[in-house]
Design a protein around this ligand. Sequence first.
Ligand code: AMP
Length: 398
Amino acid sequence: MNVLVINCGSSSLKYQVLDMRTESMLAKGLVERIGIEGSVIIHEKTGDSEKFKLEVPMANHTEAIAHVLEAITNPEHGVVKSMDEIGAVGHRVVHAGEKYCSSVVITPDVIKALEECIQLAPLHNPPNLAGIAACKALMPNTPMVGVFDTAYHQTMPPESYIYAIPYEYYEKYRIRRYGFHGTSHKYVAERAAEILGKNIKDLKLITCHLGNGASVTAIKNGKSIDTSMGFTPLEGLVMGTRSGDIDPAISTFISDKENLKPGEINDILNKKSGVLGISGVSSDFRDLETAAEDGNERAILALKVFAHKVRFYIGAYIAEMNGVDAIIFTAGVGENDIGMRDIICSELENLGIKIDLLKNKVRGKETILSADDSRIKIMLIPTNEELMIARDTFNLCK
Ligand code: AMP
């Protein structure tokens, strides 16, 4: 069966077509500037040296999906003859609240439940739902599956997810920690167990998804027991533009001093903070490292604060699990930033964590980075959320 994977953002959309007999990717693509002037689709058929690019107005997600379907069935750069060859569609959905702890076939009831979660993820769930509606309109007979970022963390015990605020807010508004990036944490954890030749149920793992958004998860016996993101993807690590953990009193303090509304504070913490906020240079770690090499003090500080927070969570999760067997790095920074991995893993020998500086000189390739005498394995595993979404979709629809 071929599976189409759709990941819809507010003005962009990523897709892949996978052949699930071999789990190989047949094509992938990106639509940008949906609903904005200059809409464009960039489509890449596996094995083709040239990408197909088309600039054409796309007023909404339905028009964008129509162009995706045209691209994948096109006689020249397409990968299937007709949509009949697409057996199912898997949709990434950010927030499923407490409703779903695994992927599900999308029914009217599921859509209703996801609509109820819009208040928990106002920026993410509406475009995810728009993508589902667009596909339903254009492929009414193709089964669809929802794969949720929050689902994997539904195994967290209450002591990990309850905030110490009046309990009625949990009861009334479901304010609790949910966690995100679940599909990525699950993928790399399962892959780590395979590489180590162990049953995941016998392992304690710490997975570090370090990208523009970043989170760390403690996985004990194959289950997420704690993760650094919370009610929203703002909590936890320092990120590209997000503050991560701060004293909540800072919000009201800045709001009073600068005469800002709650929405404006939210914008500052989500879009103007993180390593961008500290450095004033960029949210991109490559720019920060170049600036740091040129002696920019605030870029150096931003990188140090980022590493400090990752180490802080690694230490916390070792305590929570009473040990760890492997620490896994993934996503843009985790997979590519050799210097950052060095800093995060340095001077942890007392905990049995020793990185091999030579083995660590690698980017984007599955590798064991720890020294041979390191009690705890350090691993680089490139994430593959699309494959995970396709697998769940295939398993529910085959
Ligand atoms: P992601 O959100 O997973 O796509 O990660 C994006 C981030 O990865 C970018 O903002 C960069 O900061 C970082 N990144 C990608 N390549 C490199 C690299 N070679 N060195 C350092 N950071 C990188």
